[in-house]
Design a protein around this ligand. Structure first.
Ligand code: SF4
Length: 214
């Protein structure tokens, strides 16, 4: 064990307590591989699984594992090409058994901060799918809400804009320029401070002792 992984574990143990006080479930794994195996083992055969698109979930190999699974039904939003197909996909996603996403930032007090373009990802986080896994490397942890929003706006969003090849102020300077561009991907900023009361544990946060995603 390195000092870094020990520190991640100590920090995660504290954050998990805070997340559970907010009605969400939470767990910590040292590696993405361990987290992937644990998540796959929790989803019963025949489950309909969908996701919000996530570099974290791609990098840890979970997206491919579900794509190639003969036990799970994967609703992959990237397969929807037309407006009608995307609309149908979003409708079907809300009825899925499992929704997978990362979080643009998580505070040390257990709040989730997410920025979304179309809003379908944060919509499914808030309501719809029966279970939501929020999967994040410890690089997504921020000390408090203010720094979490700054992280989401000035690190996660610019990196996603560069990945998508967007021509926005953030792709020229590396930080958010608070643009109002037609194709801005930062239209919804959602703070999840508590799991909705009617479904305790619906959201499960998986922390991973690695740097994953943006
Ligand atoms: S609001 Fe605009 S400038 Fe800021 S990160 Fe989003 S796309 Fe970039």
């Amino acid at each position: 064990m390195s000092v870094k992984s020990d520190t991640y574990r100590i920090s995660a143990e504290n954050i998990i307590k805070k997340i559970k006080m907010r009605g969400m479930d939470a767990a910590y794994y040292e590696t993405g591989e361990q987290a992937k195996e644990a998540i796959l083992a929790e989803m019963p055969e025949g489950s309909v699984v969908t996701w919000g698109g996530s570099m974290t979930i791609e990098e840890m190999g979970l997206a491919d594992a579900i794509r190639n699974s003969d036990k799970l039904v994967f609703l992959d939003r990237s397969t929807a090409k037309t407006t009608e197909e995307r609309r149908e996909m979003y409708t079907n996603q809300t009825a899925a058994d499992y929704f997978l996403m990362s979080s643009n930032a998580i505070t040390m007090d257990g709040e989730l901060v997410n920025i979304d373009g179309n809003g379908n990802r944060v919509a499914c986080l808030i309501i719809g799918p029966a279970h939501v896994y929020v999967i994040a490397g410890m690089n997504k942890i921020s000390p408090d809400l203010d720094s979490a929003i700054k992280r989401a706006r000035n690190i996660a969003s610019p990196e996603n804009n560069v990945r998508l090849g967007k021509e926005h102020p953030c792709t020229k300077t590396g930080r958010c320029g608070d643009c109002l561009a037609e194709d801005c991907i930062c239209n919804q900023i959602v703070i999840t401070r508590r799991n909705s009361g009617g479904a305790p544990g619906r959201i499960k946060v998986i922390l991973i002792g690695e740097e994953l995603g943006y």
